[in-house]
Design a protein. Structure first.
Length: 296
């Protein structure tokens, strides 16, 4: 029923109660004398049902029911690369409210605050997919296990490491129900390495220029050709990160990227929630247009 409602355009703004119930104090119970907090009520109800902040059933919940998700296109991942928890949490919540599919606890944040940030993100973003951007280079099993114990859904491993580390990470991920994203940062031949790690069973490969390089170059346009070639070379979903602005998104969607990772364009904007919403809306509109053309 909810999937039908979403398909017909209903959303969070349509979920309400009679004004009488919202305006009159509760007659009894623990909250006697208080009025109903609709926003809090919806958050708790959506969490229990397995819906996101906007009331849309998550892919995980839909698949559990043996159904097909309404949306099968590229997803927006928001990278939270703050240093302190106090700065990161409002950004994670804003990204979640804006409709981000994936929330990333960035490497600087994890190094500063520890993996406990994953648990804090989960409290604010109960039905989001959460990435622990560990950039693992050794102890693949242990670090993946630690990420799992703290509630992560995806863990990152460096493509420049040895195959054994990646195999260990994949083994732990299978045991604990995580996915492994391999970061192809700073590799001279990322496509060849992507082909190799695909054979090791990784779930996602990420073409990533990295923050330091991003500061020097600030452009991702030159990566488009590599993305296209990467998508053609492997069956594993391709994620792209590094200085991505809204105007680049159509190129990435056309190139075949399945996950578009956005950092500063959202987290450093005046309104991160609205900035996230613009990215999500743009990607979904582009994907709908692509599917319509494909069906003709």
């Amino acid at each position: 029923e909810r999937l039908f409602n979403v398909r017909e355009g209903f959303s969070r703004k349509d979920d309400t109660l009679p004004k009488r119930l919202l305006n009159e104090p509760l007659p009894d119970g623990p909250a006697k004398g208080e009025t109903i907090n609709l926003d809090k009520l919806l958050n708790e109800y959506y969490t229990v049902r397995g819906w996101d902040y906007n009331g849309i059933p998550t892919d995980k919940k839909v698949l559990e029911l043996g159904l097909t998700p309404l949306y099968d296109g590229p997803k927006i991942q928001v990278a939270i690369d703050e240093r302190y928890m106090k700065d990161a949490l409002p950004l994670a919540e804003a990204a979640y409210r804006g409709g981000a599919d994936i929330i990333e606890a960035g490497t600087p944040l994890i190094k500063s605050e520890g993996l406990r940030v994953i648990k804090e993100f989960r409290k604010l973003c109960p039905n989001a997919t959460i990435v622990a951007d560990l950039k693992t280079f050794d102890t693949g099993w242990l670090e993946t296990e630690l990420a799992a114990e703290n509630g992560a859904d995806i863990v990152t491993v460096m493509g420049a490491t040895d195959d054994y580390t990646i195999k260990d990470a994949v083994g732990a991920a299978r045991k604990y129900g995580l996915k492994v994203m391999v970061d192809l940062m700073n590799l001279k031949d990322p496509i060849s390495r992507a082909i190799e790690v695909e054979k090791l069973g990784v779930d996602i490969v990420c073409l990533h220029v990295g923050i330091s390089a991003q500061i020097r170059e600030r452009e991702v346009d030159q990566k488009i050709t590599i993305v296209e070639n990467l998508v053609k070379s492997i069956n594993t979903p391709v994620a792209v990160a590094g200085g991505i602005k809204l105007e680049v998104v159509p190129l990435l969607v056309k190139a075949g990227a399945k996950i578009i990772i956005v950092g500063g364009a959202i987290t450093k904007s005046a309104n991160p929630e609205e900035a996230t919403r613009r990215f999500v809306t743009t990607v979904r509109k582009l994907w709908d247009e692509y599917k319509q053309k494909s069906n003709k």
